[in-house]
Write a protein that binds this ligand. Structure first.
Ligand SMILES: *Cc1c(COP(=O)(O)O)cnc(C)c1O
Length: 401
């Protein structure tokens, strides 16, 4: 049996080890240290932002971002429905009430028209949200200029969840540089990693200083330990920041490698009708963090979970795409705004989408094996004929490519 092919394993470069060794040699094993400061400057510099606060996860970054925007008990926060639960859990930490927004077909991220409708309703009911958490999924930026145009009519700030999209651009501007505040994740499966970590970024350095204060147990400036506010133990350690600095140096290369994997799959499946890659919106350059494809059930008679099981027989890890948050038991009865019409768009993505192995270190042989197994099963499914008659969307998914 071949070596296991993982979905998105960490991929370290040559410099991380020497930077970590340096952290050991200088005895900066204690949480704070020079690598943390340098990592913050380097990431903020890459995104062209004033400042960043290095934290122990992307989820902590969203939590402190919501606190900076004064989200309190019973406040409303809008959030993408089609995302990982880490985008929305912090809303619950603060006792606030989420409202979920559907995705749009062109980029799979928050629907501009659904957001407009939700804001209109909430303005009418005098319950405008304190913040909107917008996720950019699988390496592709949401349409922030349009979302911001709508949100700014009501003066509601956006937290940009760029946990999955570092390295991508939209009309030349870097993903992670759009929101009033933005967050990144350096979890082990993301495009670059510190094994675990995150960052909260923005252009208001004074505001971010407050997040830094909260992230280190909210210690008042005093010679003794004094606290007048609730604090958190959310800071990134110096050793992990050293890894992050090494990873930042190879980020652009990782984007090229991930895009290469996606292109190779897309080419190899281009003759199979009904198996489409995630569209790349006009003006967008996706990092293709994960290579995602959808099955059109009117053309192919195999479901994503069946294809995943077939790949598993070859020791290949593939996954279903995010289950929308409005369908999660945790969020039952949470209000949800669909993208136009009667059908929820992200429900269909969930039903018919899957992620193929996408690591930047995947060898050509490994990609070939994935391609072979996928092709074999899709072609067999064509021959069996179509059992489900429903098309995935009224228009083809690739309409905006
Ligand atoms: C990974 C991820 C997060 C959370 O990041 P962690 O570092 O794992 O806490 C948040 N949002 C999205 C969209 C993610 O993919």
């Amino acid at each position: 049996m071949n070596k296991r092919i993982f979905l998105s394993p960490p991929h370290l470069g040559l410099e991380e080890f020497s930077l970590v060794t340096e952290a050991f040699a200088s005895n900066w094993i204690a949480p704070l240290g020079p690598h943390v400061d340098a990592f913050e400057k380097e990431v903020a510099g890459y995104l062209g932002l004033a400042d960043g606060v290095a934290l122990n996860s992307g989820t902590s970054a969203i939590h402190l971002g919501l606190k900076l925007l004064d989200v309190n008990r019973d406040d409303t926060v809008f959030c993408s429905s089609f995302t990982f639960v880490g985008s929305a859990n912090p809303i619950l930490y603060e006792g606030a009430k989420p409202v979920f927004i559907d995705s749009e077909p062109g980029n799979w991220n928050m629907s501009v028209s659904a957001l407009a409708l939700a804001l209109e309703d909430s303005a009418r009911n005098n319950r405008l949200p304190k913040a909107i958490v917008v996720a950019s999924l699988y390496g592709q930026s949401a349409d922030f200029p349009s979302l911001q145009e709508v949100a700014s009519r009501y003066e509601v700030p956006i937290i940009e969840d760029a946990a999955e999209s570092l390295g991508a651009t939209f009309h030349g501007k870097k993903s992670g540089s759009f929101g009033q505040l933005s967050i990144l994740s350096f979890n082990g499966n993301k495009i670059i990693t510190t094994s675990g970590g995150g960052m909260l970024l923005g252009n208001d350095a004074k505001l971010l200083e407050k997040a830094r204060f909260w992230s280190t147990q909210a210690r008042d400036p005093a010679p003794h330990y004094q606290h007048s506010e609730v604090g958190y133990n959310y800071r990134l350690s110096n050793v992990l920041a050293a890894i992050g600095r090494g990873q930042m140096r190879i980020l652009d290369q990782r984007v090229i490698q991930r895009r290469g994997v996606y292109e190779r799959y897309a080419q190899a499946f281009s003759d199979i009708e009904g198996f489409e890659g995630m569209p790349e919106a006009s003006g967008a350059v996706s990092s293709r963090w994960l290579s995602v494809f959808t099955i059109d059930p009117s053309k192919l008679s195999i479901m994503p979970i069946q294809l995943i099981e077939k790949l598993a027989l070859h020791n290949i890890e593939a996954r279903l795409i995010w289950k929308p948050l409005h369908l999660q038991p945790l969020f039952k009865n949470v209000p949800y705004y669909r993208h136009e019409g009667a059908d929820s768009f992200c429900d269909k993505l969930f039903e018919y989408g899957l992620c193929l192995p996408s690591g930047s270190a995947l060898t050509m042989e490994e990609q070939d094996l994935v391609i072979e197994v996928v092709r074999e099963n899709l072609l067999a499914s064509c021959q069996r004929g179509v059992r489900h008659g429903r098309p995935i969307t009224s228009e083809p998914l690739s309409q905006n490519v």
